[in-house]
Design a protein around this ligand. Structure first.
Ligand SMILES: [Zn+2]
Length: 240
């Protein structure tokens, strides 16, 4: 069996993060821990040594952007990680008023990330058109769309742009989505937990459940040995 990989997790959103940090290392699960701002990224790096299994990504979550000074902070930190996330666009009602600011910040981040060839984990809600425009402009080589919930047409456009897609257990219970997730090429699939924001068998996600997430996604997409498929895909994105 290949080691399991979780490409989108929020360690700092758990109250017992110290214990979970130990668990992930003990389980030997490669885990990309997102952060929502450069400040949080720096505190996580301060608090935890980077291990073989736990990596922190530099983030600027679209729902947490309040002014453009975040671009400067981002630039200051970018040399400290090979991973960027959580970043993206969120045009749902609550965050729509920040639309232009989000676009400016995200464009700068994609530009920087592409230049430095970082892996980028992207959030998008009701913003696929703009997301596709920005990705088309900069063409990042290592782009993962996290928890995709756009249309079939947008999915195809993102596939054409060479994006990867990280799938989680909750996505698999939405019928409309998994009917077309099947169109994602097998070599572009990754697995995420998005813990603590997903559930597995009705329970809030914890790292010991990652195996179960693989099982659920593998069943729906009818992929045997999903762990090996994901391990190969992850190796490929890292060297692209
Ligand atoms: Zn997330």
């Amino acid at each position: 069996m290949s080691r399991l990989i979780d490409t989108h997790f929020h360690l700092d959103h758990y109250r017992n993060h110290e214990m979970l940090f130990q668990t992930i290392n003990k389980l030997e699960q490669y885990t990309l821990c997102m952060t929502n701002s450069p400040g949080i990224f720096l505190s996580c790096k301060n608090m935890y040594p980077e291990t073989k299994y736990v990596k922190f990504a530099l983030g600027a979550h679209p729902c947490e952007i309040h002014n453009s000074s975040i671009i400067k902070e981002f630039k200051y930190c970018i040399g400290q990680s090979n991973y960027i996330g959580e970043v993206g666009l969120d045009f749902s009602k609550k965050y729509e008023k920040n639309k232009q600011l989000q676009i400016n910040v995200f464009s700068e981040i994609v530009k920087m990330g592409t230049k430095h060839n970082k892996l980028i984990s992207v959030h998008s809600r009701k913003s696929e058109e703009m997301l596709i425009d920005i990705l088309r402009q900069y063409r990042p080589a290592k782009c993962i769309i996290h928890w995709f919930d756009g249309s079939k047409k947008h999915l195809q456009e993102l596939i054409n742009l060479g994006c990867y897609f990280s799938l989680n257990s909750n996505m698999m219970s939405e019928n409309k989505i998994h009917s077309y997730l099947i169109n994602i090429p097998k070599d572009k699939i990754l697995i995420e937990s998005d813990g603590p924001y997903t559930k597995v068998q009705g329970k809030r996600y914890k790292p010991v459940m990652l195996k179960e997430v693989y099982h659920i996604v593998g069943n729906i997409l009818e992929i045997e040995n999903l762990d090996t498929v994901i391990s190969n895909n992850f190796k490929k994105i890292l060297i692209s």
